[in-house]
Design a protein around this ligand. Sequence first.
Ligand SMILES: Nc1ncnc2c1ncn2[C@@H]1O[C@H](COP(=O)(O)OP(=O)(O)O)[C@@H](O)[C@H]1O
Ligand code: SF4
Ligand SMILES: [Mg+2]
Length: 323
Amino acid sequence: MSNELVINIKNLNIELVQDKKKLIVDFSLPIYQGEILGIVGESGSGKSLTSQALLGLLNKANFKLTGEIIFNNENLLEFSNEQFCQIRGSQIAYIPQDPMTSLNPLYTIGYQMVDAIVNHQKINSGKAKELALNALRQVHLNDVETKFNKYPHELSGGMKQRIIIALALSLNPKVLIADEPTTALDVTIQAQILRLLQEIQTKKNLTIVLITHDLSVVASLCHKIAVMYSGQIMEYAKSNEFFARPQHPYSIGLINSIPNFNVKKLMPIAGKPIELSQLITGCRFNTRCNLAIAKCFNYEPSLRKLDNDTLARCFVLTDSQGS
Ligand SMILES: Nc1ncnc2c1ncn2[C@@H]1O[C@H](COP(=O)(O)OP(=O)(O)O)[C@@H](O)[C@H]1O
Ligand code: SF4
Ligand SMILES: [Mg+2]
């Protein structure tokens, strides 16, 4: 890990063009070289929308994006589709949730890998095949020549996800965004894929953004954590600090509601998550928070620094810091 910023998301807002409903609000997040950053939140909290914004995959006719996403000293929000095509895959790579549908069933693994490599790097198909086979070895697939000639349906889900990771790595990206990369896999395969991502990160000093609804995935892998709730970051902290001393009422609720941690009794968070587009006055967590005070229903808290460098979006925590 270093102090070098790779991506800096500043005050990102995503709203629907049609009805101006805000989906992602005031989202700021620094991503540093060589770290694994976990973005965790319940289903529907806006994790995928945020990752799609980073990859330029949100159609401008449907979504209005404001703020800044700084990468290589440029604001990606000002990029055209053509400019995004230049960096998507080769500089910012993506591992989607479902390995079953992310490979084209009509072409062999080898064809798809060589095609992607040749499209991004000015090399011939022989050299591209070499790179592809090397990438398959890096993700610990054996008998790679045989796998190279197989069609996706001839491989298991775990193998396909390894191939997608190999495909992402073969272009030597700076940043890998993995959106729920293990959710569609069996538990034992999940653990193998997570170990693989960790190994690759260490070997290549790659920056990984790991998006998940599963706090235990984040606990085992990530250096830093951003907790999302209803389109906003509620807490941002170093991972060890977060699990030792979670600050935000939502983070505490999340930790208390999952097994495997040292809680005597599981305590689910009361109520249901709110829809991203639902209008709420005050803190977006106020409908479920047992610490809410009157102010929480009238004013919206902003993300502020606590004593231990954690950032939290909560009046009860930040007001007592005298800020
Ligand atoms: N085109 C859209 N129109 C309206 N709401 C949308 C649209 N796209 C996404 N959303 C909102 O975003 C939510 C899903 O966000 P998403 O980023 O997929 O969440 P997550 O990945 O955290 O599960 C939906 O529940 C919906 O509220
Ligand atoms: S600002 Fe208020 S409602 Fe929101 S998390 Fe803090 S205490 Fe709860
Ligand atoms: Mg998602």
